[in-house]
Design a protein around this ligand. Sequence first.
Ligand SMILES: [Zn+2]
Length: 423
Amino acid sequence: MIWDRRMETLDRAGLQELQEARLGWSLGWAKGRVPFYQERLKGWQEGMNPLKVLADLPFTVKADLRENYPLGFLAVPRQEVRRFHASSGTRGNPTVVAYTEHDLVVWAEVVARSLAAAGMKPGQTLHNAYGYGLFTGGLGLHAGAERLGLSVIPASGGSTERQVKLLVDLAPDGLACTPSYALYIAETLSQMGISPNEVSLTTGIFGAEPWSNGMRERLEAGFGIQAVDIYGLSEITGPGVAMECVEGKNGLHVFEDFFLVEVINPQTGEGVEPGIVGEMVLTTLSKEAMPMIRYRTGDLVSVNPEPCPCGRTSVRISRIHGRSDDMLIVRGVNVFPSEVERVILSQEGVSPHYQLVFEGHPSRPDLVVELEEMMPGALDGSGLTRRLTSALGVRLGVRIMAAGQVPRSQGKAVRVVSRIKED
Ligand SMILES: [Zn+2]
């Protein structure tokens, strides 16, 4: 189902016209109201073609938000703000984001579109196990689900046995959470002796961490569902910036009437061609409270402009290859945790719970993949080591653990841990 057929199937010329008008508005709004942009957007003047000059304007980066903590980017009077969200701030100041009433309407709208793209229909029920609170996942999905006309079970994270009970007793159609938490729910189901066909779920809406097609297969089999990927980030709005459609299951449609996407070479800052992986840069086209111009997301994707079987005309971004922040360096070689996941989950007998552990001497640490086998003796550790080494170009260790030994996630998975002993 396409929620806003007119906008989601607009022809490219019509979309470009709309983007040009909205981008011009957004640049003027940001420059006129945010001191940071007044300085940065000196190169932009009213009357220029905004789509033509965009590539010459400077980027905005996460550090700019931290330096302007808490509300240096606010573009409206404080009393016009209806909601704040904030990042966890594990590395310094959290990032605070703000929404006007109109911003919240747009956010609910793009989430409604996303849920419809996943296959949800008005009248159905969504079990929302994204965390409610400062994180945008819970409340973001919630508002969009209500806008689409779903009933929502605001389960949030944790208390997994109770969640399983509600999944069985309230018989929701959709489940929204991180893919790693969905795995934990599936595992809890089987520990409680409940088989996938005893739950009514048909649709999984999973995001907020990178995941592979191997993980998709495990989740689809574990629940008997169709699983699709939702993407977003609080700096731009939250979940609902882009969404995979259930018909295509091959990349995420960007809601380009609200978010303008560019993909750049992260070293040079130059745009790259469709199909080439680079860093995604997003510009908000309607955001009032905190407009973002050319925000470097750190997420590595490629753009696919080819038509999609679902009929939506927006470009698709590939599933996130990883974040430039998540990239690990092992013996001088770049390694993405998502790439490790792709390799290990392509092997039969590997359970989808895994962690990457740095250990050994601080000057020359080893990276060891700790994973579980589905059945004792199912895995050949040295064969897996060879496959990982040839796929990643560097030798990683593999440690096969007993079932249940790898820590489970009840929110965002912790994929990388350090057990390096300092001298
Ligand atoms: Zn599609």
